[in-house]
Design a protein around this ligand. Structure first.
Ligand SMILES: [Zn+2]
Length: 115
């Protein structure tokens, strides 16, 4: 199975991981025979979904249409915001503490400060 990535930040999205999926296909109308493109699926991680929704409208009619839909989801329920917050909190917990790691502590003679 093909691995999904966030369309905006390219973060890998595992199957079942919290994300927003956007489906798109094109279809002819009033033209025989009717033609239909394959359906594409685009995914956005919770952080990018919330970030997009909170940000200004993008350029382009299709982008605005997608932005409107994502904004509806973000505004309708705090669950997506919570998922973004949980992801962010998880990432921050993985980062090394500043100056609190024993081996990173510099002696007074080292001549520089670490922040
Ligand atoms: Zn993303």
């Amino acid at each position: 199975m093909e691995k999904m990535h966030c369309l905006r930040c390219n973060r890998p999205l595992e199957p079942g991981q919290k994300s927003v999926a956007l489906y798109m296909f094109a279809q002819t109308v009033g033209i025989k025979p009717r033609q239909k493109s394959i359906a594409h699926r685009f995914s956005f991680c919770p952080q990018c979904s919330v970030s997009l929704a909170m940000g200004p409208p993008p350029e382009g009619a299709l982008n605005v249409a997608a932005w409107d839909m994502i904004r509806d989801l973000v505004a309708a329920d705090p669950a997506l915001n919570r998922a973004a917050w949980e992801n962010l909190a998880g990432i921050l917990a993985l980062l090394p503490g500043t100056g609190t790691d024993g081996n990173a502590r510099s002696s007074p003679a080292s001549g520089y400060f670490e922040f």
